[in-house]
Ligand binder design. Structure first.
Ligand code: NAI
Ligand code: 15L
Length: 265
């Protein structure tokens, strides 16, 4: 790939993947509203608010792949979610249309389906059950991407990330964790597969404890290798297992299901 655009590059996942992405493209264009630090030799920095349509149009120009990590990543007020995750997504897809339809990896979330219980097993065909405004914005993003695919052939990987951190931070993440290595391998498959389409992909490692069936996306050839189980003893020693009736133990979205609606005051 010649130029890969990474939005949200100053965030947790952007920082974790930054060095690894250098191997995937001649030039990596990094963007965020937050400070991006200094550019490495194969990087270019383009600060941009995703809610600014003209700026996003310029941002996408010249890119042949987009790793879309930018946006509000937890429950927040509707106005913030509206700007970054709703208007921002529309701006990105309009810009992609204008600039040759670069392939997109959209960082969607397990919060599109957070109200399923942890004793349920679901797949890409299971109806959405978002657990808050943030989850609803990711459902919107998936629907928007699907529409641009059906209407114009724009390819997107809809990656419903579970919990992508260095290691699981609580017992729920023994099921939802995706390692940085597995995410890097997934990004590679998404941008190098001969045909992508617009699949829903569960962004999760090969955990013993699993709720999500990825067989519909098997054609991509992504085989996650890590397993959160190796962290169980460490977690048991560090934090108590939450009670059985706690949302963290009951629902796939964990505590997000119990979050109030965050209102602008
Ligand atoms: P993060 O919150 O650390 O990073 C998001 C970045 O987007 C931030 O640097 C922020 O400044 C930027 N941003 C926010 N509003 C913006 C705007 N209007 N214009 C431009 N940039 C803006 O989140 P993280 O953990 O790095 O996640 C990256 C993506 O992956 C997010 O879209 C998140 O929803 C998604 N995701 C992450 C998961 C995880 O476990 N880390 C799980 C599921 C989804
Ligand atoms: C997400 O969608 C969030 O972006 C991330 O910060 C985690 O909370 C993750 O889901 C999770 O469910 O663990």
């Amino acid at each position: 790939m010649k130029r890969l655009l990474v939005t949200g590059a100053a965030g947790g996942l952007g920082r974790a993947m930054r060095e690894r992405l250098g191997k995937m493209a001649d030039i990596v264009r990094l963007s965020d509203i937050a400070d991006l630090g200094d550019a490495a030799p194969n990087e270019e920095l383009m600060p941009c608010d995703l809610g600014d349509a003209d700026a996003v149009m310029a941002l996408v120009d010249g890119c042949d792949g987009i790793l879309h990590l930018g946006g509000i990543s937890v429950e927040d007020t509707f106005s913030k979610i509206l700007n970054a995750n709703i208007a921002g997504l529309y701006n990105l897809y309009e810009a992609a249309q204008a600039h040759g339809q670069p392939r997109i990896l959209f960082a969607s979330s397990n919060h599109t389906i957070g109200f399923y219980r942890q004793d349920e097993h679901i797949d890409a065909t299971s109806p959405m059950r978002p657990d808050g405004l943030y989850g609803v914005s990711k459902c919107f993003g998936e629907a928007l991407a699907r529409m641009y695919y059906e209407k114009f052939g724009q390819e997107t990987a809809l990656v419903r990330i579970g919990s992508c951190f260095e290691k699981p931070r609580n017992h729920r993440m023994l099921a939802t964790w995706m390692s940085f290595d597995d995410f890097e391998a997934l990004i590679g498959r998404v941008f190098h597969a001969p045909l992508l389409g617009c699949p829903i992909i569960w962004g999760v490692s090969d955990n013993d404890c699993s709720w999500w069936d990825n067989s519909a996306a098997a054609y991509l050839g992504w085989r996650p290798k890590d397993n959160a189980e190796i962290f169980r003893a460490e977690l048991d020693a560090a934090i108590p297992v939450p009670p059985k009736d706690d949302p963290a133990s009951l629902y796939q979205g964990g505590p997000f299901v119990a979050e109030p609606i965050h209102r602008d005051c």
